[in-house]
Design a protein around this ligand. Structure first.
Ligand code: PMP
Length: 362
């Protein structure tokens, strides 16, 4: 019996792809070329260190956080203009994805798009739930509204990542709303990157009884290491959802730091403007290299394709010290890359690496 159970569990878990971070240089100084994880390179490190020092002063780790949850929800509520009782917090948006699948995916399955953030599918596999993915259309990576609506009518939960990871484009609001209107139950718009995009759907939550917007402090505020995510949902949905949220699921220190980050909105917004300027410059320069195509981006990373063998590309990028993600499984597009927008110097290294890889000048 023991052996049987062991074998069955081994094969079930072997089917789940583990998360593997890209290998990182030992020396932190080289991290300016760490462009693999869509982190925020534009937020000032000094401001963040001050925020952490202040949070350290405030927090008493002997106690579980209780009031701290309410305080952060109230601060987010004032910032976004939504009721604090419609906000739930998670240990990163990633934990909220996991909990959303538990709350709404069980029994009816989950629908999403492809390519997209792998965590939705992984969470479904872990629980043995049905997961369908509708391919994006054409090289503008648009939603296939008809097909996704059909899947959404048969699912308990739909994830639409917008701006989408890895294709970096933000979908048309009307397309997303059409799916919200057709879905059997809830639609989650994952807005981890919306602060770098054209618009947010937070304001739409009050008009629909089944729209959830998922966001994070990891990208816009540059607090990826503290693990604070949040979602905004209609009242009935949040009442159901909070039942699956474990108590004290965000550390008091992270809650306190996130509250302080909100006092530096001006800085975060300025960092976004700088990032956008660098993003256009990077895309424009990459597109002068023959054989390379950098797509428009509304995120803090870019998606690009190159006529290159992926193993050669992997080796060459690492020779330049550029850490980037190679995206597999996009037939017909050549080798695909996802690269975080870094500071000017880092982006120059990316351009240099690709131009030497393609054997031409930029
Ligand atoms: N959603 C998307 C689309 C992401 O790319 C990521 C992280 N890369 C997350 C959610 C998770 O963010 P967090 O750091 O808040 O867990």
């Amino acid at each position: 019996m023991r052996r049987e159970v062991l074998e069955a569990q081994k094969s079930r878990l072997a089917a789940i792809a583990p998360f593997t971070p890209a290998p990182r240089p030992e020396r932190r100084e080289e991290w300016k070329l760490k462009l693999d994880a869509n982190e925020n390179h534009f937020i000032d490190g000094g401001i963040l260190r001050r925020i952490l020092a202040e949070a350290l002063e405030e927090v008493d780790p002997r106690f579980y956080p209780v009031e701290e949850f309410q305080l952060l929800r109230e601060d987010i509520s004032r910032w976004l203009g939504v009721g604090s009782d419609l906000i739930a917090l998670g240990y990163g948006a990633d934990q909220l994805v996991e909990l959303l699948v538990q709350a709404f995916g069980v029994g009816y399955g989950v629908a999403s798009i492809s390519p997209t953030s792998p965590s939705y599918e992984t969470r479904c596999r872990i629980l043995g739930l049905k997961y369908s993915s509708t391919p994006l259309r054409g090289d503008g990576f648009e939603l296939d509204v008809e097909r996704l609506s059909e899947e959404a009518r048969r699912s308990g939960l739909v994830f639409i990542c917008s701006p989408n990871n890895p294709t970096a484009n933000q979908f048309r609001r009307d397309d997303i709303l059409a799916i919200v209107e057709n879905a059997a139950w809830v639609v989650v718009v994952d807005e981890a990157y919306a602060d770098f995009g054209e618009y947010s759907m937070v304001g739409d939550v009050e008009r629909y009884d089944n729209l959830i917007v998922l966001r994070t402090f990891s990208k816009f505020f540059g607090l990826a290491g503290l693990r604070v995510g949040y979602l905004i949902a209609p009242r009935d949905v949040i009442d159901a959802f909070v039942r699956v949220v474990p108590p004290f699921n965000v550390p008091s220190f992270s809650l306190a730091a996130a509250r302080r980050a909100l006092r530096h909105l001006d800085h975060a917004l300025k960092a976004v403007e700088e990032l956008k300027a660098e993003r256009s410059r990077l895309i424009q320069r990459l597109n002068t290299i023959s054989g390379v195509r950098a797509f428009p981006s509304q995120a803090n990373f870019i998606f690009l394709t190159a006529h290159l063998d992926s193993s050669i590309a992997r080796r060459a990028l690492s020779e330049y010290g550029v850490m980037a993600r190679i995206i597999e499984g996009m037939p017909g597009l050549g080798t695909c890359f996802k690269i975080t927008v870094g500071r000017r110097e880092a982006n120059d290294s990316v351009v240099e690496a690709f131009s030497s890889l393609m054997g031409g000048g930029a």
